[in-house]
Design a binder for this molecule. Structure first.
Ligand code: F6R
Length: 590
């Protein structure tokens, strides 16, 4: 939700640095963009609606050592140039970009109106530079003015503010991510590491309730509440620049789907003792709860089947946004397992607070090291998928499922078997993802792309994959796709099936295959155009996409052709799969 990036230091190309860096954060928001640069004649602001990726960086090649920029995902106020950030103080000497929501902005707006401020946007953000300006008028230096202004704001947010006269950059964090990149040539402050990874891989994390102030030569961390200084250690990031690049692929989504040739093996490359310790924690917990949002929630649903089928162990699964309702069931001996690619999802962070309030322990399964979720949890397992840039989550899902399948095997005291299975599965996926396979899926997409409704069925661990496939298709191709448990159809949804309606059946080679064939036959009898995604061909399939037989890892294999189908449907329908409308990656608002 919104990308923030600021730079201050010795470089004279600060404007280009922040614009280029923000192009790497566009997954966070892409309805509008804006840049503020300190120039000899004052703060120069450029902003507009549209994507920052289409902005020519050269226009910011003038000399500038202090700059900040923003990509927006609108919350308050429509998508207009006026509502785009940065927003300026009345005297034009302070520029602010902001992620999150100032919940009491209306009251502040009324107060500021009585003090002679006028508002040019409908955003909640515009109160921020005005409040800072008021504090400066009261005699406070810029960093202290920012701190004092922040004490007035309610809600979860990250703010980056620059001041012309002092040349200072100040960042504050209360709920939304902000990370400092420590370079040899200055300081980079961004919502996420890909913004500055080509300049430095040394970072310092800003924690909730903290602020930083820098003049480009040194940096101070402070507590927002008290203003007291805090010490921070530097951390080296393991992600490489190349991992976050598109390479020869037309889109990040396709690149990240193809990354699954290797990312599952990386997910499985866990420390055996750590996995066994997690299994032991689950075994001794009084109730284990798996939570996540969207795709990560579907990974948790699949894991429920892994724990049941592989380890015969009961776990509870819940969407993170609904977890509050579970607090009655939590005890200090309960275990919460939170699953999140970004590690910044607001509902997941709230679920952690709910569990912690009851004294329960929290395990995080995340992709982004050092993320808020990881730092709030008691233990973390990284899925090692590498940066995921497309809004639609693909390789993170299969990494999350792989780690949870591994834990299920460890719970059965068979960790080695789990590792072997997943490494064999990784090799099967490597073979499956060849150009002919993708062409075959593209041909199926071409046959169904003009249909506006599509249904996907699955049973057992393929049921969450049917739900996940529907999310993927909805979000990137805008086709109305719905996933169902195979047996549910005749309880209502089958009324929607007409002659030619595309329906997809996800099957493995397992105890529910026979039932699934029956469910698929029911669809076929109503005229459905039936696509089978399965290890074995069946006469009822109009189209068959073969998947390798991967035993308990079958749902990990099955979902991959569905990701490719979603991608192909998007591209063939003329949509940009990397930046679906209305969405942003990393949902930092509830
Ligand atoms: C869908 C998708 C979202 C995310 C969800 C949780 O493709 O990407 O549904 O899975 O917003 O995000 P994380 O995993 O970052 O917590």
């Amino acid at each position: 939700m919104c990308g923030i990036f600021g730079y201050t230091g010795k470089r004279s190309d600060g404007g280009s640095v922040v614009v280029d860096g923000l192009k790497n954060l566009e997954y966070r928001g892409y309805d509008s963009w804006g840049v503020a640069c300190k120039t000899p004649s004052g703060i120069s602001v450029s902003k507009d609606i549209g994507k920052i990726s289409s902005v020519d960086t050269k226009q910011f090649s003038y000399s500038c050592c202090l700059a900040l920029a923003h990509t927006r995902w609108a919350t308050h106020g429509g998508v207009t140039p006026e509502n785009a950030h940065p927003h300026l103080s009345k005297d034009g000497t302070i520029a602010v970009v902001h992620n999150g929501i100032v919940e009491n902005h209306e009251a502040l707006r009324l107060e500021l109106l009585t003090k002679g401020y006028t508002f040019v946007s409908q955003t909640d953000t515009e109160v921020i530079p005005y409040c800072i300006e008021e504090e400066m008028k009261a005699g406070h230096a810029f960093p202290e003015a920012v701190r004092r202004a922040c004490l007035r704001f309610h809600g979860r947010y990250a703010i980056l503010a620059m001041h012309e006269a002092s040349g200072m950059l100040v960042a504050t964090r209360t709920g939304s991510p902000l990370i400092v990149g420590v370079g040899e040539d200055g300081y980079y402050i961004a919502s996420d590491i890909p913004a500055f990874i080509e300049h430095t891989r040394t970072v310092q994390y800003i924690d909730d309730g903290e602020m930083v102030e820098t003049d480009g030569n040194s940096i101070q961390f402070r507590d927002i509440l008290t203003g007291t200084e805090r010490q921070k250690r530097e951390v080296r990031i393991t992600w490489t620049v190349e991992q976050g690049q598109k390479g020869d692929f037309p889109h990040f989504m396709l690149k990240e789907i193809m990354d699954q040739k290797e990312s599952i093996a990386r997910a499985v490359n866990q420390d055996d003792d750590a996995i066994r310790a997690v299994a032991e924690a689950i075994r001794s917990a009084k109730g284990t709860f798996l939570v996540g949002c969207g795709t990560a929630h579907k990974a948790c649903m699949a894991a429920e089947y892994f724990f049941s089928v592989v380890a015969e162990h009961h776990v509870n699964v819940c969407s993170a946004g609904e977890f509050k309702l579970y607090h009655h069931f939590l005890q200090p001996e309960s275990l919460l397992i939170v699953v999140s690619q970004s590690g910044e999802t607001a509902d997941v962070l709230e679920a952690i607070s709910v569990a912690k309030a009851k004294g329960a322990k929290v395990l995080a399964i995340v992709n982004v090291e050092g993320s808020s979720v990881s730092r709030a949890a008691d233990y973390t397992l990284l899925i090692n998928a590498g940066p995921e840039r497309a809004v639609a989550s693909t390789k993170a899902l299969t990494g999350q499922m792989s780690v949870m399948l591994l834990i299920a095997y460890a719970l059965k005291h068979a960790l080695h078997d789990g590792k072997t299975l997943l490494l064999e599965t990784s090799a099967l996926i490597n073979d499956m993802l060849n150009p002919r396979y993708v062409e075959r899926i593209a041909a199926i997409a071409a046959k169904i792309k003009s249909h506006e409704d599509l249904y996907i069925i699955g049973k057992s661990w393929h049921y969450p994959m049917a739900l996940e496939s529907a999310i993927k298709i909805q979000e990137v191709s805008y086709v109305h796709a719905e996933g169902f448990a195979g047996g549910e159809l005749k309880h209502g949804p089958i009324a929607l099936i007409e002659t030619g309606t595309p329906c997809i059946a996800l099957l493995g080679n397992d105890e529910v295959t026979g039932d699934m064939i029956n469910n698929a036959t029911e669809l076929k009898a109503r005229g459905a155009m039936l696509i089978g995604i399965a290890p074995e061909r069946n006469a009822i399939f109009d189209e068959w996409l073969k998947t390798p037989d991967a035993g308990a890892a079958q749902p990990i294999v099955t979902v991959i052709p569905m990701q490719i189908l979603a991608y192909e449907l998007a591209v063939q329908r003329g949509k940009d799969p990397d930046m679906p409308r209305n969405l942003a990656k990393s949902v930092t608002v509830k």
